[in-house]
Design a protein around this ligand. Structure first.
Ligand code: 6PG
Length: 477
């Protein structure tokens, strides 16, 4: 056996990961269900490093040095179970199977448990950065045991993206922690994309600006606090002209956003944990709404708008308002996502270091951004920080943009421009900072119709009012 590490599943992501490993001087065993793909990799890129191709799973496993490390990169789902089973049958105690696909974390927990019984390590690993990242340095989020990370960590850190020389890879936590954090990363990705799309829409409708003009604005924003991969590619997309029609490319793309499921999982998990991740939820539902064709057809041209023509007087300050509103909404979305990580970490005993998560997202991944440094700093200042927004840096940053944020959301509402993520983020901000919420009334209603009881602000204990009798109050035991 000569290979340091193996990759099975050689579609673009797997092939690129294998090439990345080989380019970093690791001898890489490669395998794919259909051998033609393995041959293609060998003929096109075989000279990039040391590869050991195998036709069968048995040969693939046999070519790995012990303790073996085999990385699976196949489409998440039942296919993953089949590959795990084949590998496990050939492996020995102490060997490590890594699932680098976008698996749902409960599946990872289940698989880790099953393989542990065979004394095999199973490491569910988030990998972000798309095809480019896989080849040139992704952000890597491995779960699994600390013991497996000792063998695996140096290899993964080696091929991950680096920011200021620091690898964008760290041991996230045990069993499903890595895939969980990747899931939340994707949820935040949805929120970030939706917020950017709303900012674009506001600029387009508020200023009557062209896509090319807005591309300029985004390029400009990319030099400040908003600097990020998503803002950068947005500027490029908006500047792109469609070859066929000669018009802005964004105008010829059908306005229905699809999804493969990680955003939905994030929202479902937010509901399970009772964590209000409204930014991610609105972003996910905005995609659903865009694809609700019969509903949109029934509404379009039928539902009245009662809006005035939007006339922005001072273009420069409007652009600045939208920029500040975008930044503030983005902070809310991240703050919510980090709350979700904290809640899941407590529930599963993962002990996830949120500052470290922000650090490994600084490079390689889709949400890489300048402001992640600020998040890491916030959690370094206060490791148990209950609310990212309450960190002095973010309190200031959001506070400075608050008037702009309110103007933008109010303007959008008055002019009929849908801004679900901007608006819900502002609503979250106002709710979370409120001294008292109308939840008191909801609780009272529950007591009225269902005797669900309530607590009082001025006395200990649980109470119920006899609503259908004399409305006297009873203390419950
Ligand atoms: C990444 C991306 C990657 C993929 C998403 C797209 O981090 O590299 O998040 O995982 O592009 O799965 O998700 P949707 O198809 O759901 O938009």
């Amino acid at each position: 056996a000569t290979a340091d590490v193996g990759v099975t599943g050689l579609a673009v992501m797997g092939a690129n990961l294998a090439r990345n490993l080989a380019r970093h001087d690791h001898t890489v065993a490669v395998h794919n269900r259909t051998y033609a793909r393995t041959e293609k990799l060998m003929s096109e890129y075989g000279d990039e490093g040391e590869f050991v191709p195998s036709e069968s799973v048995a040969d693939f496993v046999a070519s790995l040095k012990k303790p073996r490390v085999a990385i699976i990169m196949v489409k998440a789902g039942a296919g993953t179970d089949a590959v795990i089973e084949e590998l496990a049958a050939e492996m020995e105690p102490g060997d490590i199977i890594v699932d680098a696909g976008n698996a749902h974390f409960p599946d990872t927990i289940r698989r880790e448990k099953a393989l542990r019984e065979k004394d095999l390590h199973f490491v569910g690993t988030g990998v972000s950065g798309g095809e480019e990242g896989a080849l040139n340095g992704p952000s890597i989020m491995p779960g699994g045991t600390a013991e497996s990370y000792e063998r695996l960590g140096p290899i993964l850190e080696d091929i991950s993206a680096k920011v200021d020389g620091v690898p964008c890879c760290t041991h996230v936590g045990t069993d499903g922690a890595g895939h969980f954090v990747k899931m939340v990363h994707n949820g935040i990705e949805y929120a970030d994309m939706q917020l950017i799309a709303e900012a674009y829409d506001l600029l387009r409708k508020g200023l009557g600006a062209s896509a090319a003009e807005i591309a300029e604005i985004f390029s400009n924003w990319n030099t400040g606090d908003l600097e990020s991969y998503l803002i950068e590619i947005t500027a490029e997309v908006l500047a792109h002209v469609d070859e066929r029609t000669g018009t802005a490319f964004v105008d010829v793309v059908l306005d229905q956003a699809e999804q493969k499921g990680t955003g939905r999982w994030t929202v479902q998990n937010g509901l399970d944990l009772g964590v209000p991740i409204t930014g991610i939820a609105e972003a996910t539902f905005a995609r659903s709404l865009s694809g609700s064709v019969p509903q949109r057809e029934a509404a379009h041209g039928t539902l009245p708008a009662h809006t005035a023509e939007w006339s922005v007087q001072d273009r420069e300050s409007f652009v600045e308002d939208v920029r500040k509103a975008l930044y503030a909404s983005k902070v809310v979305a991240y703050s919510q996502g980090f709350d979700q990580i904290a809640a899941a970490s407590a529930e599963h005993g993962w002990d996830i270091d949120r500052g470290a998560m922000a650090r490994i997202w600084r490079g390689g991944c889709i949400i890489r951004a300048r402001f992640l440094d600020r998040i890491t700093e916030a959690y370094e200042r206060t490791p148990g920080l209950p609310l990212l927004l309450a960190d002095p840096y973010f309190t200031d940053a959001v506070g400075n943009g608050l008037e702009s944020w309110r103007r933008v959301v109010a303007g959008a509402a008055q002019n009929g421009v849908p801004t679900p993520a901007f608006s819900s983020s502002l609503a979250y901000y106002d709710a979370v900072r409120a001294e008292r919420l109308p939840a008191a009334l909801v609780q009272a209603q529950r007591d009225y119709f269902g005797a669900h009881t309530y607590h009082r602000v001025d006395a200990e204990g649980t109470f119920h009012t006899l609503w259908s009798q004399d409305r006297s109050e009873e203390k419950q035991d």
